[in-house]
Design a protein around this ligand. Structure first.
Ligand code: COA
Length: 268
């Protein structure tokens, strides 16, 4: 069975067999696959899931696989930060929530910056927020033609993370990056590919078979990755973005946007 099909018959659990509440992690054909597994919530990333992904990346870094893939279960790749993370206010209030969120975000993005093997995104459907912004830290991004790429930060009273304030202008030029990161422009897969954020787009009907046969062939190549000389800069960008976001998370704009997301649901 190929990874990505939702079945893990021929695959073995990664590393020491760690299992995760929110992820399916398997190793097969020299590829470790980390599949976001909250399809009913469009794979929105909860606090627990951020920690699970960090742990799975640390495990994948150490196992004997050659390539690591991140993909999503169900019809979405990922709907970004789970907005209910903002509704769980700890004892220290909103400032403490922002501090804890900032520490977690810094650690999460650091796990991508420091990842030592080729990292591939298999974008099986729409992608939102942080699942889009970290794509600039991947080595390959394969997308189905059903995928879209959306970073509605200003709509939510927030600001960009995942080093995208640095990687996106570098990848696509500052004008196109601003359209996405400042003004919420949603891109089709073809547009994202045209701008260099996506490596290649495949028809949805053949997406899984084409991508996995290609990755299996790549995983047989001898390892030759030299990690970016830019790590120091990326860490600095990550820190600066987190500082800015911690301030944004305590703003009325952010609070009101999160409340309206949940109120709109309640009205349905
Ligand atoms: N945080 C929390 N819950 C989310 C979520 C998110 N980021 N994305 C989806 N969900 C939940 C929905 O609330 C819904 O929950 P319910 O079934 O308990 O009501 C469920 O996932 C399915 O989503 P739904 O909105 O019904 O699906 P859809 O196809 O109509 O829309 C999205 C999908 C992703 C476009 C929409 O849910 C959305 O806009 N989510 C917010 C995305 C976002 O702003 N992310 C943060 C970016 S910084």
């Amino acid at each position: 069975m190929k990874p990505g099909s939702g079945t893990t018959l021929a695959a073995k659990p990664a590393g020491s067999g760690t299992t995760y509440e929110t992820l399916l992690v398997t190793t097969e054909d020299d590829i470790t696959t980390i599949k976001l597994n909250r399809p009913a919530k469009k794979n929105a990333i909860t606090t627990e899931m951020y920690n699970d992904i960090i742990a799975a990346l640390e495990q994948a870094a150490k196992d004997d696989s050659v390539i690591t893939v991140i993909t999503g279960a169900g019809d979405f790749y990922c709907s970004g930060n789970d907005l209910s993370n903002f509704t769980k206010i700890p004892e220290g209030g909103v400032d403490e929530m922002a501090k804890q969120g900032g520490d977690l975000l810094r650690k999460y993005v650091k796990a991508y910056i420091d990842f030592p093997k080729p990292l591939v995104a298999v974008v099986n459907g729409p992608a939102v927020g942080i699942s889009v912004t970290v794509l600039g830290l991947f080595d390959l991004v394969y997308a189905t033609d059903r995928a879209t790429f959306h970073t509605p930060f200003s709509q939510l009273g927030q600001s960009a993370e995942g080093c995208s304030s640095y990687t996106f202008p570098k990848i696509m030029g500052s004008a196109k990056a601003s359209e996405m990161l400042l003004f919420n422009k949603k891109l089709t897969a073809a547009q994202a590919c045209g701008l260099g954020l996506v490596t290649e787009v495949f028809p949805d009907s053949s997406f899984q078979s084409e991508v996995w046969s290609r990755l299996k062939a790549y995983a047989k190549l001898p390892p030759n990755l030299i990690r970016s000389m830019e790590k120091d800069r990326l860490h600095a960008v990550n820190n600066a973005e987190v500082e800015r976001l911690m301030e944004r998370w305590t703003s009325d704009e952010c609070f009101n946007a999160v409340m309206s997301f949940f109120q709109a649901k309640a009205k349905l």
